[in-house]
Design a protein around this ligand. Sequence first.
Ligand SMILES: Cc1cc2nc3c(=O)[nH]c(=O)nc-3n(C[C@H](O)[C@H](O)[C@H](O)COP(=O)(O)OP(=O)(O)OC[C@H]3O[C@@H](n4cnc5c(N)ncnc54)[C@H](O)[C@@H]3O)c2cc1C
Length: 505
Amino acid sequence: METPQNYDVIISGAGPVGLFLACELALAKCTVLILEKAETPYSPLKKLPFGMRGISAPTVEALYRRGLLDELEIHKRIKEPHQKAQEPVVRRQVGHFAGIPFYSSDIDYSQWPYRLPGSTATQLMTEMEELETVLARRAITLGVTIKRGFEVTNLNQSAEEIIVIAKEQTFTGKWLVGCDGSRSIVRKLGGFDFVGTEPEFTGYTAQVDLADPEKLKLGRNVTATGMYLLSQKDYLILQDFDYGSFHNSRKPITLDHLQGVLRRISGTDVTINALYTSTTWTDRSRQSSTYRNGRILLAGDAAHIHSPLGGQGLNLGLGDAMNLGWKLAATIKNSASESLLDSYQTERHPVGEKVLDWSRAQVAVMKPEPAARALNAIIQDLMKTRDGATYFAGRVWGLLTRYNLGDDHPLVGSGIPNFEFEDGKLVGQLMQDGKAMLLDFEMNDSLKNIMSKYEDHISYISGKVKNQLGVSVMLVRPDGIVAWVADNNPDVMELQKAISRWFAI
Ligand SMILES: Cc1cc2nc3c(=O)[nH]c(=O)nc-3n(C[C@H](O)[C@H](O)[C@H](O)COP(=O)(O)OP(=O)(O)OC[C@H]3O[C@@H](n4cnc5c(N)ncnc54)[C@H](O)[C@@H]3O)c2cc1C
């Protein structure tokens, strides 16, 4: 039985978002309990190939800044695509939109002047099981309690606390965050809406044994009736434009059913000998209008769902966690202004909205109908241009994400560039403690004195960097977002205003 304890934060769901959020909160010295429905963290759907997930620049950076990237085996095997493109240019596919590829040699990398050499990769592949294992290990090391086999079934909030029921036991916390996925119970019981659009298709992912794989073409194939993707001769992804009816029926996926869908979409009489693991999904797109109701917050798939086309859901969710963690911790520790927690909504909701539209746009050009085909052809032409390929790469890799913090400087609201100090240290390596930073490239003594009074909250770091990018001083939030910049001669009053805006000190 649980010893009665009032946690700072209870998180429903030990998926990647709940685990990463727990790590961020525990790093900021909050007490955290995760209640997870499943008895075990293992599932064939989390292992390769089903569990393969593409992560883009902001996620790679978030993991890197917390020292977690090197713990992912897959990271060690993959090279940085944008660095490769500086070499004698190799033309290779580095992403897609609606299955339309874009290539490294078409991209104008100079459009992202703040991605310095030494930056992390713009995209990597990871495996859900490995990612969750790494995050759970870190969370436990930081003191987070994870209770598996504890399905949240009820909750009740008052002005002072929140009571959560799981496995007929009662848990009390100051805050509750629903990271419990697309069917979130916290969203339902917490009084949130979930608005959006209904699906166009049922997606299938399946591991099969094909009797005659030569009847299909390897790779992604858009046909008159849908899309099939065959890789390694036994791994299939299908898109059947049935308005999601098969997925919604919740019927089991039988061999006969899958074979029928595959034959219809591929226009062949291919035979499936055996069906191993399989799952369905759709392009239903919904988002909560608000991510907070009193002491309850939402993050990850609990707050937004959309089709996995172009792989953005995990990135979006981990971005929520990075943004929310330090703000909620500061609110709990009374070192936040009233409006700090509100900025979780104002910053993250528009990012979510854009991802939903990006996935809807992909579906719109994949539909098996003449108008979609015509649009698709135009996008293919645009993607072959330098500006087109650069735009699509910027969106897919998450390089264009920037919060509107009310300052026109292109760095304010963006992730901090990975500046390299003259001794070879990289800025991203200095962020593992989760503290805010003031970076002073001019080693200004008066600034050092001023910052000494904030040392509990903000690390003062001074030193010459190899490429200053025209900046002399920067205030960086714990989530790696640049909050304030001075090109030269920092205005101390403006700096203090920024410090009090973000850290209420
Ligand atoms: C086929 C497919 C491919 C994808 N590819 C990509 C990709 O390449 N890149 C990308 O960024 N995203 C991708 N995604 C999306 C990505 O997997 C999700 O966005 C991500 O897993 C969301 O993480 P989460 O932690 O919010 O939710 P989840 O991973 O769903 O975790 C939620 C957790 O909450 C638990 N839970 C549920 N209900 C309760 C309850 N009542 N009480 C307690 N616990 C509960 C669940 O058991 C689960 O452990 C893909 C999705 C699919 C389906």
